[in-house]
Design a protein around this ligand. Structure first.
Ligand code: ADP
Length: 412
């Protein structure tokens, strides 16, 4: 029996899943996103075009006829619908494909949350070709504009006035045109602090694996994810309300099994769902999570559930852990990183991983889609974990050479 793991070529998530599968003795078939036109020449054993989920699901079914498949799992958002479709076609435990779509498409998600009675900001979706001046005159302020199908805050911009709306619209539209989708979602800006919830949906309901505080204020105009620290410092009642809201949101979307990652805003009215995705935490951030007496990884729990193996414990270790996703401060060419040794020697810092490639272009939010790297910290006290991350970040210096723009006057 094997497990099909669906991944995009540039995912950060393959390595921890491969390590966990090896430890558990599970055979993995990697289904990698490769455009159909390149499939014939691709060295990948199971090339799948994630843009064509019907075809890709058929390819997985054909594979399963030759080699029994126990589960199909998506490592990132891009293949969650395909995983659900393939699971359904193979008669395996799976999320309803419609739920997978709702967990990926921000407009479908808002509609499902609203229909399920989950509290939502006011929202509306507009086609890319719409006249921004007309929309700017009718939307409430402050509002947030966002693409429907991207993640990592890419293309998410706050606008406080009609003038800001026009500028934000042009930028979001350019991001959508360069990536995927044909609409822009506009919703009320929700004030408040923000948390992320990592969970696993089981037959017993939602197991909350961790609540991360995001101590940097996320007030816009762009919403760069930086520091995540767990355990949360919010009072137990607030954490219980966050867990309830997340479970309600999963139910409203129809998600039944597997990992979920949710972002919530918490203000005087309680928690509000920003989004809930049918996948585990992104980047290298899962390295902050360990469970039970054997310090099991998040990927281990997810694979055990998919393979029908017993899970020793859903309880996270007691220590505080944190990660900082190192933001890209400017657009240009990454020329150098200094201060790594000093950053790693800060008390409480476990490691600093620079993931951006040297001499390659880097782009900050809202257009960018990556980080310079990750800083990991641990300690007894979440406040100290946060302070260690900030101190270590302060010791890093990134040399980013501004892009040289060549202007050709009068044509070539
Ligand atoms: P993505 O999937 O790209 O991360 P989200 O919808 O989660 O997009 O938005 C990214 C971030 O933008 C959120 O984590 C939050 O900080 C901010 N944000 C998004 N929508 C709102 C909103 N309606 N009100 C306030 N902040 C928001």
């Amino acid at each position: 029996m094997s497990i099909v793991l669906l991944m995009t070529p540039n995912t950060y998530r393959a390595r921890p899943f491969a390590q966990a599968a090896k430890k558990l003795g599970l055979e993995v078939v990697w289904g990698v996103d490769v455009p159909t036109e390149l499939a014939a020449t691709s060295p990948v054993p199971l090339p799948l075009d994630f843009r064509r989920p019907d075809e890709a699901a058929r390819t997985i079914v054909e594979l399963a006829a030759r080699k029994p498949v126990q589960a199909v799992l998506a490592l990132d958002d891009a293949a969650s619908t395909l995983a659900a479709q393939a699971g359904a076609a193979l008669g395996l435990p799976h999320n309803d494909p419609a739920a997978a779509v709702a967990a990926r498409d921000k407009y479908v998600m808002r509609r499902a949350l609203q229909a399920g009675g989950v509290r939502c900001p006011r929202f509306e979706s507009f086609p890319l070709e719409a006249d921004p001046a007309e929309i700017a005159a009718q939307v409430p302020y402050p509002c947030v504009l966002k693409p429907l199908l991207l993640n990592g805050s890419r293309g998410v911009i706050r606008a406080n006035t009609a003038q800001e709306f026009a500028a934000a619209w042009a930028r979001v539209r350019a991001v959508v045109r360069q990536s995927v989708g044909d609409s822009i979602l506009v919703e009320d800006y929700l004030p408040g602090g923000e948390v992320a919830v990592e969970g696993l949906l089981t037959t017993d309901g939602l197991q909350v694996l961790a609540i991360f505080d995001k101590p940097d204020p996320l007030v816009g105009p762009y919403f760069e994810e930086t520091i995540y620290v767990t355990p949360s410092r919010l009072p137990p009642e607030a954490q219980a309300a966050i867990a309830r809201a997340t479970a309600e949101a999963a139910r409203a979307l129809g998600l039944r099994m597997g990992p979920i990652h949710a972002e919530l805003r918490v203000n005087d009215d309680g928690p509000w769902i920003i989004e809930i995705a049918g996948r585990s935490i992104g980047g290298l951030c899962s390295a902050t999570l360990r469970f039970g007496p054997s310090a099991t990884s998040l990927e281990d729990l997810i694979l055990r559930q998919a393979a029908g193996m017993t899970i020793e414990s859903f309880e996270r270790e007691h220590a505080g852990r944190g990660v900082m996703m190192i933001p890209i401060p400017a657009k240009g060419l990454l020329r150098g990183v200094e201060g790594l040794a000093e950053a790693e020697s800060v008390a409480g810092i476990e490691s600093v991983e620079i993931t951006a490639r040297m001499y390659y272009p880097v782009t900050p939010l809202p257009e960018g889609e990556s980080y310079l790297g990750f800083i990991f910290a641990h300690g007894d006290d979440p406040a100290r974990v946060e302070a260690a991350l900030r101190e270590a970040h302060g010791k890093l210096r990134f040399e980013i050479e501004p892009e040289i723009r060549l202007e050709v006057r009068g044509g070539l």
